[in-house]
Ligand binder design. Structure first.
Ligand code: NI
Length: 388
């Protein structure tokens, strides 16, 4: 269908300019009011009837002339708390707020897909639902609120994409099962007995207990998890003590747990608790373990991954459709996948020669904007296939 490529080429400047608009005017999770207004204005100008959802989100249906299935396409629209240092004309005008994850591009692509499909309306079989989701970056994420308010009612399948810096522009990455991990968090508060550093026998050294727990937690994945499974336990915070000659009475550990299935997720938390309990009991310390379960893992439906990959092949050639290993990052797209079959892909935006080398969430993060047209084309083609 050469017509699709032509349409997307025709709308490319529009999509790039939209992305730059959103990049210049980023808004934090749950505060995307101007972003919402811009999305509504653009969709309305296409003749659609967008509605507000999940406070700062947008939902709109494009009903084709012919009967068929309903396919949802989702974009997340929020930015990060970070100073933009991309040094481009479209640099953020909002101090301390930056689209350093590429959600500006996701939003622009989805509007571009809508603009493309509106022109194909007469041949369209079924309904395409556009989901502009707020607050992906902030737990508990905006997906649950979207679903609670009916975003998936009548939906047969769902697709989504993330612009992805580790992949070169002109390629996409996909899996046919687990794609992204469940990003869980935990905090361990250890209570011992403080005292003079010269009289350790009169204390219960919370710092030492914390150190032993740190080492022991780092053995869980290597000793308790099937080597064929993937899991991560990492500590990012260890706080204890204020000065050199006082043994501290408390220590705080804070870390993350990543995995791809529910059973393993629970096993990791059980082991964290057992290990912490054993070490605290041996030392005479007590502890409180707090768990914060993040999003479920993103598990792609293999048949829908294949449809995305086929659409990718038509757009970029089969040599540029990469089957990748799952990544340990999290995404609340998983909530949709728990309800309806769907798949998520990464669209490469990296380009060393153009200096586009900074990772996601870096103040100098930027994308090769050619990726936008590729994302629009692949998702448009996949949606058309899924409608049939
Ligand atoms: Ni993101």
């Amino acid at each position: 269908m050469a017509i699709i490529k032509n349409l997307i080429e025709k709308h490319n400047d529009y999509v790039v300019n939209l992305r730059r608009h959103f990049h210049t005017h980023p808004e934090l999770s749950t505060q995307e009011f101007n972003t919402q207004k811009k999305i509504i204005d653009e969709l309305s100008s296409l003749g659609l009837h967008p509605k507000k959802i999940a406070i700062t989100g947008v939902i709109a249906d494009l009903q084709g002339a012919l009967p068929g299935k309903t396919v949802a396409i989702r974009a997340d629209i929020d930015a990060l708390e970070l100073q933009d240092e991309c040094d481009r004309p479209y640099q953020s005008k909002h101090p301390g707020v930056c689209h350093a994850c590429g959600h500006d591009g996701h939003t622009a692509m989805l509007i571009g897909i809508a603009k493309t499909l509106v022109e194909l309306k007469d041949e369209l079989q079924g309904t395409v639902r556009f989901l502009f989701q707020p607050s992906e970056e902030r737990f508990p994420g905006g997906a649950l609120a979207m679903i609670d308010e009916g975003a998936l009612l009548g939906v047969d399948s769902i697709i989504g994409a993330h612009l992805w810096q580790p992949l070169n522009v002109g390629t996409i990455g996909i899996t046919y099962g687990p794609m992204m991990a469940s990003p869980d968090e935990f905090t361990i508060k250890i209570s011992g007995k403080g005292g003079h550093a010269s009289m350790p026998h009169q204390t219960v050294d919370a710092l030492l207990v914390g150190a032993q727990i740190t080492v022991a937690l780092n053995t869980i994945v290597s000793r308790s998890v099937d080597p064929m499974e993937q899991a991560v336990i990492s500590l990012g915070v260890f706080k204890a003590g204020d000065t050199f000659n006082i043994i501290p009475d408390t220590a705080i550990l804070n870390g993350t747990v990543r995995s791809f299935n529910e059973g393993l997720r629970m096993l990791l938390f059980d082991r964290i608790e057992q290990v912490t309990k054993g070490i605290c009991e041996a030392a005479g310390a007590t502890f409180i373990l707090e768990k914060f379960l993040g999003f479920p893992p993103v598990i792609n439906n293999p048949a829908i991954s294949t449809i995305l990959a086929d659409a990718g092949t038509k757009t970029l050639g089969s040599e540029n459709i990469l089957t990748i290993n799952p990544v340990m990052g999290g995404e609340d797209f998983s909530h949709y996948l728990e309800k309806v079959p769907g798949a998520f892909m990464f669209v490469g935006v990296g380009n060393k020669d153009a200096g586009i080398i900074y990772p996601q969430h870096h103040p100098k993060f930027d994308i090769d904007e050619k990726a936008l047209a590729y994302g629009v084309e692949i998702m448009t083609r996949a949606a058309l296939t899924l409608l049939k």
